[in-house]
Write a protein that binds this ligand. Structure first.
Ligand code: CTP
Length: 227
């Protein structure tokens, strides 16, 4: 039999946040057009973003997925917003961020886009062709700057060396609540090793696990941060 002091009833706030979070997730790799038929992109498979979306849905949260192109199928239970470019992804995040409890930027967003994309297909000539690129908006940094007190902003850091130092710098400079660091081997792979840092806790490491397993653990960590 339970005596009164042993009965733990979570506060309403905790219950609401744990069960019914609205999570905005970005996934895939953006395309930055050089002309109407050619673009600059990257090898993102969307696996991590989709695994996070599935884990969040399984845990009872609502998911809006801002989906850049991939070769895989996104989870159909999520509300999906299709985008192609970094600029379109930024517009979609800006539109939905305010009513979400958490943003997870799992997409591989291009840092640069052609400064003057050609309106018609560029014709071949014998000369060298130089492309001028301009920076895109750092969506994650924008979210870290504009988040409200109860919103959680989670970013990824893809690093080849000084992983922890560089990721911690991003955590600080982009005002994030969590950063997930991984290296190039993670791109397109089924399994990955990630290291996780929040502003007030020590580093955590999830070694060589499937992205599905990692995503499940990450969503649990985010739920804890929210409660
Ligand atoms: N990101 C973003 N907007 C961009 C570029 C990246 O929101 N224009 C997000 C990614 O989704 C990821 C995080 O920023 O969550 C880190 O991306 P990463 O490429 O590791 O780092 P950058 O900040 O772009 O810095 P650098 O490429 O110099 O390491």
């Amino acid at each position: 039999m339970l005596v009164k002091s042993e009965i733990r009833v979570p506060s309403i706030e905790n219950r609401v946040s744990r069960i019914g979070m609205r999570i905005l997730i970005t996934a895939g790799g953006t395309r930055e057009y050089i002309d109407p038929v050619r673009f600059i992109s990257n090898a993102s498979s969307g696996r991590m973003g989709y695994a996070l979306a599935r884990a969040a849905l399984k845990a009872g949260h609502k998911v809006i997925l801002v989906n850049a192109p991939t070769t895989r199928r996104p989870p159909s239970e999520a509300k999906i917003i299709e985008v192609e470019t970094a600029a379109q992804m930024f517009e979609a995040v800006k539109k939905h961020f305010e009513k979400c409890d958490c943003l997870i930027m799992a997409a591989a967003v291009a840092d640069y886009t052609p400064a003057q994309p050609a309106k018609t297909k560029i014709k071949k000539t014998a000369k060298h062709l130089t492309l001028k690129l301009k920076p895109t908006t750092d969506i994650l940094k924008w979210a870290g700057k504009n988040k409200k007190k109860n919103q959680i902003v989670v970013g990824f850091a893809l690093e080849d060396k000084a992983v922890r130092a560089r990721a911690e710098k991003k955590l600080r400079e982009k005002n994030l609540d969590m950063i997930i660091a991984n290296n190039y081997a993670a791109i397109g792979a089924e399994e990955s090793t990630v290291q996780i840092k929040t502003p007030d806790r020590e580093w955590l490491r999830f070694s060589q696990a499937t992205k599905t397993a990692i995503a499940g653990r990450l969503i649990k960590l985010i739920e804890k941060g929210k409660s």
